[in-house]
Design a protein around this ligand. Structure first.
Ligand code: CO
Length: 179
């Protein structure tokens, strides 16, 4: 990967958003550069989570603004603002689910209520290559679940009914300038 490249946000409809991302083989410093650039892009568009395929990189990497999520949830603030998640694996999901309106930086202006597991436990590697386990609930869990979906080529409108999905796609097509 060329770390001088300028990353840009991928907007639906785009085939990249429907592909399965590959595992990261080596956790190197340039990966962290990419994650930091992803954090900048996420901040620019007021997002709280972003997955690598959303900037055109089909690798299993996610960035989450854990601090903004904690402020919104009124929970204790994390040590570091950003949670950098590489090669996440879901090891536990709760049977209990919850409903909440969701959006996605790759689907601007589209918001729908999505049902997701309330709690999740994942294991992953952080940016220094350390294997880590994390249990989350509420908005943090939802955000992690949404971003892991991106790594599997899934977007949140895949959960809504066919009518809503069609409506969202036609809205996005109209909005998207032709290349
Ligand atoms: Co998204």
């Amino acid at each position: 990967m060329d770390n001088k490249q300028k990353l840009t946000l991928v907007i639906e409809p785009d085939p990249i958003l429907h592909q399965i991302s590959e595992k990261v083989e080596n956790i190197t410093a340039d990966l962290d550069d990419i994650l930091n650039e992803m954090a900048d892009i996420m901040g620019q568009f007021d997002g709280i989570g972003l997955a690598a395929p959303q900037v055109g990189i089909l690798k299993r990497m996610i960035i989450i603004d854990a601090e903004t999520i904690a402020r919104e949830e009124k929970t204790s603030l994390p040590e570091k603002r950003y949670l950098k998640i590489i090669n996440p694996e879901i090891i536990e999901v709760s049977k209990e689910t919850c409903l909440k309106e969701e959006g996605c930086l790759s689907l601007p202006t589209i918001y729908y209520t999505v049902e997701r597991p309330e709690k999740i436990t994942i294991k992953y590697f952080d940016e220094s290559g350390k294997e880590t386990k994390l249990s989350a609930n509420g908005l943090l869990a939802r955000c992690i679940e949404h971003e892991i979906d991106h790594l599997n080529g899934k977007i949140f409108i895949d959960y809504v009914g066919p009518m809503k999905r069609k409506l969202a796609l036609s809205k996005l097509r109209k909005m998207k300038p032709r290349k």
